[in-house]
Write a protein that binds this ligand. Structure first.
Ligand code: ARG
Length: 555
């Protein structure tokens, strides 16, 4: 329920608009209204105005009291009423349903993960994969339709090099792995530095792919398949799916019309033989559209891809979850689309994020400090398994639970810090059962479930007035903020808002748990506390699922 609106309804009049009151109200749970600015209009002192407003509040079952303090009017909610309303709507999901209706028909395109073929899937890709995957869940939860796009880096001169290397050194008798491809590529780069002929061969081989020569194309497709097979294993473990894998190559035949349109609109010019759109006026270097040899560029493909997405999906929002390093690229692309008069360009957004290091070491593909995401996940799962073995060796379904804890820890690491901050991955911290970690949340959830199971109590009607003490109320108040928290996370494209909320909720619940005996001989009290426990578990589980984290019932 919207308390601000409720208060505004009761106070608003011809002289003081409801909207105005709604906006002026301060606070989240209990509210305050500063009355100074109405003094002139109403020709009364703020304190008198507050007293007048206060008298209107008597009618409300939701407001316990309204107290005048100086020129402020402080509202104290009727806790029992609020507890009832939150717990009933949370258990029936009524609130979510109507809010979801409001977003029906809206589509959000999310370009995320977007890996490069024949390149390592390293921990640097974790951020885009996790943030994008989580945003997808968040928007869908809010009633949007999500379109997850893995914009594969599957085009460019490196494929010519790889093809040349494969033809020269590749073992054609066995199925290649992603690692074999990497080795071939590295070897090519190494040897071609001293071997002009080889370098040239890389170029001509790319032409063969571009021209679509059957055999070259087949090998290229094999590179693609090999890479995808391996990364799909990681996606599967992370619970990530995509609606489209249309990558750079898909736009090979779709750039012509965009370039023509740019020309027709008089936006292009030739500079040093290359076709560019000047962005000097906007304080940016020019956006390169076509090189002097006719080759198109990363930006050209993104322009075509943006147009395609607008046409195909008719998005209300189009997000690009990509490292900050590409900030300029996206500003240029968005600006060019705006100059082309694309009305939808304003709905595009670059969702950037900070850098990841690993156990204190910066990552660098060039210096060979590559940490594979698959290895990080596997190690986290092994460590989780060892912890379970130590803490709870008789636990049933240990393997599955270790998987959920290990993967959850990796995901939470990526999603629990504001995305622009740099991050250092450390197993000990990420896998701790205490503090702000996924295992802590999962453990709290499992604790709630076990309390409910132990109570084995079915109760029709709960006496909500039994949950109005500060500690219980703090927990319920948080439960009542779940939906708005998710909505806020979507508005800022910031999953960490949900992560932080879940930590707050788990802490509030654990405080409640420590201070209260949930199950006692008092049946009504036990029933009320079980209700609180059960809903806390539901919200923890739902919230975790939006961060792509599973919540096992036992741990
Ligand atoms: N494959 C690119 C990279 O690894 C990221 C692509 C991001 N998406 C896009 N539409 N440009 O750097």
């Amino acid at each position: 329920m919207d308390y601000k609106q409720h208060i505004a309804e009761l106070i608003g009049s011809e002289l003081v608009s409801k909207n105005d009151i709604g906006e002026a109200l301060e606070g989240h749970g209990d509210f305050a209204l500063p009355c100074f600015k109405y003094a002139r209009e109403l020709k009364k002192s703020p304190a008198l105005i507050a007293a007048d407003f206060a008298s209107n509040m008597a009618k409300s079952p939701f407001i316990d009291r309204a107290v005048v303090e100086g020129g402020y009017l402080n509202f104290y909610l009727n806790r029992a009423k609020r507890v009832e309303q939150i717990l009933e709507s949370a258990s029936s999901e009524e609130d979510f349903k109507s809010a979801r209706e409001a977003n029906k028909g809206k589509t959000v395109c999310i370009d995320y993960s977007s890996i490069n073929i024949a390149k390592p899937f390293h921990i640097g890709h974790l951020m885009s994969t996790a943030i994008g995957g989580s945003l997808y869940k968040i928007y869908e939860f809010l009633g949007w339709k999500g379109v997850g796009i893995n914009y594969l880096g599957d085009w460019g001169t490196q494929f010519g090099k790889l093809l040349a290397a494969y033809e020269k050194w590749g073992d054609k008798t066995k199925k290649l792995t992603l690692n074999d491809l990497l080795e071939l590529y590295v070897r090519f780069n190494d040897e071609s530095e001293r071997d002009e002929e080889l370098k040239e061969r890389g170029r001509t081989e790319f032409l063969r792919i571009e021209r679509g020569e059957k055999q070259a194309l087949e090998t290229y497709e094999m590179f693609k398949k090999t890479t995808l097979e391996e990364v799909n294993k990681v996606y599967k473990r992370l619970g990530i799916e995509f609606d489209s894998y249309n990558g750079e190559a898909f736009y090979n035949d779709k750039m012509g019309p965009v370039i023509r349109e740019l020309d027709d609109k008089g936006l292009t010019q030739i500079s040093d033989g290359a076709k560019i759109v000047s962005l000097e006026e906007y304080g940016m270097p020019p956006c390169l559209i076509e090189r002097s040899d006719g080759a198109t560029l990363y930006a050209t493909r993104d322009l075509a891809a943006a147009e395609y997405r607008a046409k195909t999906y008719k998005f209300s929002k189009s997000l690009y979850v990509v490292a900050t390093q590409q900030n300029l690229h996206f500003r240029q692309v968005f600006k060019v689309l705006e100059l082309m008069g694309k009305e939808w360009a304003k709905n595009m957004e670059h969702i950037a994020f900070g850098m990841v290091s690993y156990e204190g070491q910066p990552l660098s593909t060039r210096k060979g400090h590559i940490v594979f995401l698959a290895d990080v996940i596997e190690t986290a799962v092994q460590k989780a398994r060892a912890i379970i073995e130590e803490k709870n060796p008789s636990l049933e379904g240990k393997d599955e639970i270790a998987e959920e804890v290990g993967v959850g820890a990796v995901m939470f690491f990526a999603l629990s810090t504001a995305r622009m901050k740099d991050l250092d991955f450390r197993y000990d911290r990420v896998l701790s059962f205490e503090g702000e970690t996924a295992p802590y949340l999962q453990y709290t959830h499992a604790r709630c479930r076990s309390v409910v199971a132990k109570a084995n109590l079915k109760c029709e009607k709960v006496d909500y007035s039994l949950l109005t003490d500060d500690v219980s109320y703090a927990c319920i108040d948080l439960i009542g903020r779940f939906y708005e928290t998710v909505a806020q996370a979507a508005e800022k494209n910031e999953p960490s808002i949900i992560a932080k909320y879940l930590i707050d909720l788990a802490q509030a619940y654990n405080k409640f748990y420590i201070m209260n005996r949930v199950i006692s001989s008092d049946k009504a009290l036990s029933a009320a506390r079980i209700q609180l426990t059960s809903l806390s578990a539901d919200i923890l589980k739902k919230g975790l699922s939006l961060l792509l984290i599973k919540a096992p019932d036992k741990m």
